[in-house]
Design a protein around this ligand. Structure first.
Ligand code: S3P
Length: 161
């Protein structure tokens, strides 16, 4: 079976679904956090987003394809280099697509995972990013699943079909 990368906006459930799909899933952000020894929001504060994106690309490329399920950060499609990597690799890329307001509510409610991209912006600004990224997710996805009003278990089941 080909490795499967989960992509989609913040709050779309990428890590939760990855966990349901495989015990030994890899979460790209967790690999980065282990590498930098601090939270992503601390890293953004100290070194800025550009440096984070460099690390994200480096980590994406270093991931062993022996892992079957890999969840990514919502901004993975921002870089042309990352998009090309996902297109060229012989992998499934599953886009978890969700309604903006539902994702936004989840992002705001998630006090454990503070997303620097979200907290520094208004709802309108974040919506613009969501719209811009939607085209980029579409461009690299091999599969697209609507996650709105579905449980993680239902979504995982759809991916396994
Ligand atoms: C980001 C999403 C985050 C994390 C970082 C940047 C983004 O991951 O990679 O805070 O640019 O959308 P999640 O999508 O898992 O929240």
């Amino acid at each position: 079976m080909k490795p499967t990368f989960l992509i989609g906006f913040m709050g779309s459930g990428k890590s939760t679904i990855a966990k349901l799909l495989a015990d030994d899933f890899v979460d790209l952000d967790t690999v980065i956090v282990d590498k930098i020894g601090m939270s992503i929001s601390e890293f953004f504060e100290q070194f800025g987003e550009a440096k984070f994106r460099e690390l994200e690309t480096e980590t994406l490329k270093s991931l062993s394809t022996t892992h079957q399920i890999i969840s990514t950060g919502g901004g993975i499609v921002m870089s042309e280099e990352n998009r090309q990597f996902l297109k060229d690799a012989d992998v499934n890329v599953v886009y978890l697509e969700g309604d903006f307001d539902k994702l936004y509510a989840r992002i705001l409610a998630d006090k454990e995972n503070i997303r620097p991209i979200a907290i520094s912006r208004t709802r309108e600004e974040l919506f613009e990013i969501y719209q811009h990224r939607a085209d980029l997710y579409d461009a690299v996805a091999t599969h697209k699943i609507c996650v709105t009003d579905k449980t993680p278990e239902e979504i995982a089941k759809e991916i396994q079909l």
